[in-house]
Design a protein around this ligand. Structure first.
Ligand SMILES: *[C@@H]1O[C@H](CO)[C@@H](O)[C@H](O)[C@H]1NC(C)=O
Ligand SMILES: *[C@@H]1O[C@H](CO)[C@@H](O)[C@H](O)[C@H]1NC(C)=O
Length: 251
C-alpha cells in the first residue's frame, strides 16, 4: 500500500467515522420527532412510542414499565391495613393517547390517556372494610377498565456536560378517574370462611367505585411517580433536538 493510499484511508476514516462520534443518534428508532407542536403530530408520535418505551432499555438505563412490580405497598385505610406484595402491574403498552398539548416557550406539557390495567399479586389485610371485619391473606387481582388520566408537567431546559440540550421535569400534577369499571378478585378475605369471603368480595365489586376511591390512590400515585421518573431519565439521555424538530426556546 502506498503512503498516499494509507494517508487517504486515514483521512477517510477521520472524516466519516472519527468525528461523528458524539453526534450518534441516541434516540431509539421508535421516536419519530415532530416538526411542530400540533396536537395531531404529538398524539401520533406519543402513541407510536408507547409500546416500545414501556419495554424499557438497558442501553438507555430506563426501567420496564409494562409490566412493573410493586414489591410491597401498604395501604393504610380507615381501620384496615391492606398490604400488596409483588403486585405486577401490566397494560401500559395498550394505553390510548387522547390528547397532547405542548407549549415549548411556556414550558408546559399535558398528556391525557386512558388504559386498561391489571394488578396481580398477593396480599394480606387486617381490620375492617366498611362494615366487615377482615382477617385475610391470599391472591389479589384488580382490573381497571379505561382508567383515564391527565398528567400536567412543567418542564425546563438544561444543558449537559457535553453542551447538549435536554428537556427536564420541573414539577408535575395529575388527575384521574377509575373509568368504566374496576373488578376485584381477592381470595380468602376471611381465613375462617370461604362463604363469607365470597359474599364480601361480591359486595366490594358491587361497590367498586367506593372501594377504588378508598384504596386506589396509593397505587396510582406509585405508578405515576415511576412513569415520570422513567420519562425524566429518558430526557436526560436523549437530547432535546432528537425529540422534536423545533428550535429550543431561549433559556
Ligand atoms: C418532519 O420533516 C421531515 C423532513 O421534511 C420528514 O421527513 C418527516 O417525516 C417529518 N416528520 C413528521 C412527523 O411529519
Ligand atoms: C379496555 O377494555 C374494554 C372492555 O374489554 C374495551 O372496550 C376498551 O376498548 C379497552 N380500552 C383500552 C384503552 O384498551
Amino acid at each position: 500500500m502506498s503512503l498516499q493510499a494509507a494517508f487517504s484511508g486515514v483521512l477517510f476514516y477521520f472524516v466519516f467515522f472519527c468525528c461523528d462520534y458524539g453526534y450518534a443518534r441516541l434516540a431509539p428508532d421508535y421516536i419519530h420527532p415532530c416538526n411542530d407542536t400540533s396536537s395531531a403530530c404529538l398524539i401520533k408520535a406519543t402513541q407510536d412510542a408507547i409500546p416500545d418505551f414501556v419495554k424499557g432499555s438497558q442501553e438507555l438505563g430506563i426501567s420496564v414499565l409494562d409490566p412493573f412490580t410493586i414489591e410491597k405497598l401498604s395501604i393504610p385505610l380507615n381501620g384496615l391495613t391492606f398490604t400488596f406484595y409483588r403486585g405486577k402491574v401490566s397494560g401500559f403498552r395498550n394505553c390510548i393517547v387522547d390528547d397532547v398539548f405542548s407549549d415549548l416557550e411556556k414550558r408546559h406539557f399535558i398528556l391525557a390517556f386512558h388504559c386498561n390495567l391489571t394488578i396481580k399479586g398477593t396480599y394480606d389485610a387486617k381490620g375492617r372494610i366498611l362494615l366487615f371485619p377482615i382477617d385475610g391473606a391470599g391472591d389479589a387481582k384488580v382490573k381497571l377498565t379505561n382508567l383515564r388520566m391527565t398528567v400536567d408537567i412543567k418542564t425546563k431546559y438544561i444543558k449537559d456536560k457535553k453542551g447538549l440540550n435536554h428537556f427536564s421535569v420541573k414539577s408535575y400534577k395529575y388527575s384521574f378517574d377509575y373509568g368504566d369499571r374496576v373488578y376485584f378478585e381477592i381470595s380468602d378475605l376471611f381465613k375462617q370462611s370461604k362463604e363469607l369471603s365470597k359474599t364480601v368480595l361480591a359486595f366490594l365489586n358491587d361497590n367498586w367505585k367506593l372501594v377504588a376511591e378508598e384504596f386506589g390512590k396509593p397505587i396510582v400515585d406509585y405508578a405515576v411517580e415511576l412513569a415520570i421518573k422513567t420519562i425524566e431519565k429518558f430526557f436526560l439521555v436523549v437530547p432535546y433536538e432528537e425529540l422534536i424538530n423545533v428550535p429550543i426556546p431561549k433559556f
